[in-house]
Structures are given as structure tokens and as C-alpha cells.
Design a protein around this ligand. Structure first.
Ligand code: SDX
Length: 436
């Protein structure tokens, strides 16, 4: 992890001309400095080219720092390992939103604020009936969250700090309720309301598993594991879904619409949908004897098969979240009395073989956060279709923190990337009769 870099500049010269320009280097607190290219087109008439923005900083941010080369993840400077072990999801939510760990008074006030917003407008329930029972729950929560902008008109003025504050509380508090109801709707069971005598993760597990006719006691070990899983998924710098939320937010769209856009982006199997894809992959492999054949298919350039839950745009080392997730796996499985879960055994053998295979070593492909999460969630009784929904519940905290940072950043402008045009040159319209 590099220290603070001295500010400087780089000079860019257009070969074959006498044109050049000096680009300021902007240092971060830690990590690589960036070259400010905002005047490049005006001075040299060229854009930069970076499909997927893998080498492009889209903003200043103080929320999360990742050093992918060494596998470091910091939230407001605190290592994810320490937060996962010592903190709680709502405390991490406060940290991401406000920049500092809360005092005892701030923590209880924040937790009470979340509790007071965990019910949803009763008319939002009718949106569920518009979906088929077999609709993917990501489709359902995307629709219901987007619809929130039609119900909470008193928190849509993004220039009003109070509206931004209430919108953040509403989204953090209501996502577990909306997510649990999507599950209950899919299995035809009655919706369970949140209970204010339960913690955040405990409440979610209660709404997922309880039924009206009887009392349901949440297993405290599973509630703690759930809370830790939410912490591990809370925020992750400028990933695809967070960048989606920021881009939508840059137009002045309301927070509910922006978070719905983030949910849609997270759903893809290359991103948050990977946890669901990992379970499907493990089911397809079926047995450790089939691992070598599967790995050969992954390495075969003619096949589009990927080792899901492996690889990462930023991590070129072990994703620190995956390590914590694997340890949680063992804790949850032993609490549930599951001896030698075949899926976990298969996943661990798959990881061992992959990490010793030149193809993965050369490309620096390691397990990411999605490789083990699905195994825990399946053991806890979640259907695979709910895995990415859980990711969305957790990431809502990161999305809304990043959205708010952008709205409050006076230098931020509407996002509008350029392109290199490789299409037809200007030509005249050809009448239908002359088109052959
Ligand atoms: C998340 O950005 C974030 O922070 C995301 C996230 C978050 O918290 O928000 O961390 C959550 O999305 C984790 C990633 C979950 N996705 C998966 O597990 C899906 C499988 N992984 C990939 O498809 C892939 O690794 C990505 C999408 C995650 C990253 O893709 P990149 O950075 O664009 O890498 P690439 O496609 O350019 O791959 C580089 C090389 C290629 O081989 P060559 O062309 O050089 O021969 O590595 C290969 C790829 O074919 N490769 C893989 C692979 N991932 C990359 N080969 C096999 N299996 C894989 N999983």
C-alpha cells in the first residue's frame, strides 16, 4: 500500500506534432494517484479509451479503499476483517454513511431510526400480486423498490439534506422487509411484518422463516452469521452496480429510482448474480471426480465456461471477504449439525485444484466474495434465487452512501462518457425502390 504520493504531473505529446499538454497528477490518501485528463480533448483533440473503465477513476471517494494486489479492503479506513469480527451491520451502515464509528448514543439513535422505518406503505403490498409466483425475486424487488418513488413523495428532493437522510433510512430499513416478502410471495405464504424487538439480521430471518400460527425463534448463531454476511457485502468502491447508482444519481434521479437501477445491475451473473451461479456450477460438477474435466472446459477458449466465484476486476489476490466467508461456512454448518456438506467439500477441492493450476495462477484468479456465500446461504435454507437479493439488501447501504457522497460533491456533473466511432461515414438516404 503506497504512502501519500507527492502531487506532480505527466506530459502527453501528440507524436508527429508540436502539440503537448501537462496533466496534473492527483494523489489519494493511499493508493495510486490519478492523471486529470479533463483538458486532454481541448488541448490535443483526443479522448482516452478504456472499455469497462478498468483504469479510470470516476470520482473522489472517502468511503471504501481496495488494494487488489494485496487483498486489502477498508471501509472509512477500518479493515473488513476487524469490522466483520467486531462490528455489526447497522454500525457499519452508520460508518459508511457518516464517516466515523458511532458513539453509543449515536448508535442507538441510528438503530431506532432504522427500526422506525422498517414497515412499508400498505399499498405497496399490492405490487407483489402483479408478479407471477415464479418470478425471480430480483425482478420483484427491482420493481417494488422503483415503485417506492411513487409512495414516499416527502423524500424525493435530492437537494434537501433532510430528504436525503430520510430516504437513506427508508431504503436501509425497508429492503429486508421487501426482500422477505418477495420470498414469502414466491412460496405462497403470508407476509410477516418486522418486529421492533429484534435486531436487523434477526428481523430479516424472522420475516423469511416465521409463519403466523406459531412463534419462531431465530437461532442467534445464524443471526450473527447473517449479520456478518451483510457486513461483507455492504460496499465495495466503484463496482458495476455502485457506478450504475452514481450514473443514475448524476442526472438528479430520485434515490429510490437510483437504487432500483443498482439492483438491476447487480443481478448480472458477472456481478452479484455470481453467488447463484456458483451453486448451479457446483451442482453441475456434482462430484470431485468431475472437477478436472470441468477445469479443462474452463480453460478451453472455445467454451464460454467460467469458474464462477473466481476472478475479480480489482482483486489479483485472495478477496479478503472470501476468507471470512469460508470461516463462517464452517461455523454455520457445525451449528446446523451438517457434517461434511458435499457442496463445501466440492468447493474447497475445486479451489485447491484451481489455485494450483497455471491458468488461474497466471491470470491471478482467486476466489471472490461469491464463491462461498452461496454455500452458507443454502445451508441456512435460502433458495438460490434469493442469494443475490441478500446481496442487494446489504449493498443498499453502500449504494445510498455513495449516492449521497456524489449528490453532496459540488464538483460532480452528469455522467456522460464518450466513444470512438467506428460506424459508417456520412452518406445520403437511399429510397426503398433503389435498395435492390
Ligand atoms: C462481484 O467490482 C466489484 O467490486 C464486484 C464485487 C462487489 O463486491 O461489488 O466484488 C462483487 O461482482 C464479484 C465478481 C463475481 N463474478 C464472478 O465470480 C463471475 C466470474 N468471474 C468473471 O467473469 C470475471 O473474473 C470478472 C467479471 C469478475 C472480472 O472480469 P475482468 O476483470 O473483465 O477479467 P477478464 O474477463 O478480462 O479476464 C481476464 C482473463 C481472461 O482470460 P484471457 O482472455 O486473458 O485468456 O481471465 C479469464 C478471462 O477469460 N477469467 C476467467 C475467469 N475470470 C476471468 N477464466 C475462468 N473463470 C473465471 N471466473
Amino acid at each position: 500500500m503506497s504512502g501519500t504520493n507527492a502531487a506532480g504531473s505527466i506530459t502527453v505529446t501528440l507524436d508527429g506534432t508540436n502539440k503537448s499538454t501537462k496533466l496534473a497528477l492527483k494523489p489519494g490518501t493511499i493508493g495510486p494517484q490519478v492523471a486529470d485528463i479533463r483538458k486532454l480533448y481541448d488541448e490535443l483533440g483526443v479522448f482516452t479509451y478504456d472499455p469497462g473503465y478498468g483504469n479510470t477513476a470516476s470520482c473522489d471517494s472517502t468511503i471504501t479503499y481496495i488494494d487488489g494486489d494485496v487483498g486489502v479492503l477498508l471501509h472509512r479506513g477500518y479493515p473488513i476483517e476487524q469490522l466483520a469480527e467486531k462490528s455489526s451491520f447497522l454500525e457499519v451502515a452508520y460508518l459508511l454513511l457518516n464517516g466515523e464509528l458511532p458513539t453509543a448514543a449515536q448508535k442507538s439513535e441510528f438503530e431506532l431510526g432504522v427500526l422506525r422505518h422498517n414497515m412499508v406503505h400498505e399499498q405497496l403490498r399490492s405490487f407483489y400480486n402483479g408478479f407471477r409466483r415464479d418470478a425471480h425475486p430480483m425482478a420483484v424487488i427491482c420493481g417494488v423498490v422503483g415503485a417506492m418513488s411513487a409512495f414516499y413523495h416527502d423524500s424525493l428532493d435530492i437537494s434537501n439534506p433532510e430528504h436525503r437522510r430520510i430516504a437513506a433510512f427508508r431504503l436501509i430499513a425497508k429492503l429486508p422487509t421487501i426482500a422477505a416478502w418477495a420470498y414469502k410471495y414466491s412460496i405462497g405464504e403470508p407476509f410477516m411484518y418486522p418486529r421492533n424487538n429484534l435486531g436487523y439480521a434477526e428481523n430479516f430471518l424472522h420475516m423469511m422463516n416465521a409463519v403466523p400460527p406459531e412463534e419462531y425463534k431465530v437461532n442467534p448463531v445464524l443471526a450473527r452469521a447473517m449479520d456478518r454476511i451483510l457486513i461483507l457485502h455492504a460496499d465495495h468502491e466503484q463496482n458495476a452496480s455502485t457506478s450504475t447508482v452514481r450514473l443514475a444519481g448524476s442526472t438528479g434521479a430520485n434515490p429510490f429510482a437510483c437504487i432500483a437501477a443498482g439492483i438491476a445491475s447487480l443481478w448480472g451473473p458477472a456481478h452479484g448474480g455470481a453467488n447463484e451461479a456458483v451453486l448451479k456450477m457446483l451442482a453441475e460438477i456434482g462430484h470431485v471426480d468431475n472437477i478436472k474435466g470441468f477445469i479443462e472446459r474452463v480453460k478451453d477458449k472455445n467454451s464460454s465456461v467460467r469458474l464462477m466465484g473466481f476472478g475479480h476486476r480489482v482483486y489479483k489476490n485472495y478477496d479478503p471477504r472470501a476468507k471470512i466467508m469460508m470461516n463462517s461456512c464452517h461455523e454455520v454448518l457445525s451449528e446446523l449439525g451438517i457434517k461434511g456438506d458435499p457442496l463445501l467439500d466440492l468447493a474447497m477441492e475445486l479451489e485447491k485444484i484451481a489455485l494450483n493450476d497455471e491458468y488461474f495462477v497466471q491470470r491471478k484468479l482467486y476466489p471472490n466474495v461469491d464463491f462461498y456465500s452461496g454455500i452458507i446461504l443454502k445451508a441456512m435454507g435460502f433458495p438460490t434465487s434469493m442469494f443475490t437479493v441478500l446481496f442487494a439488501v446489504a449493498r443498499t447501504v453502500g449504494w445510498i452512501s455513495q449516492w449521497r457522497e456524489q449528490v453532496e460533491d459540488p464538483t460532480q456533473r452528469i455522467g456522460r462518457p464518450r466513444q470512438v466511432y467506428t460506424g459508417a461515414k456520412q452518406r445520403d438516404y437511399v429510397p426503398l425502390s433503389q435498395r435492390g
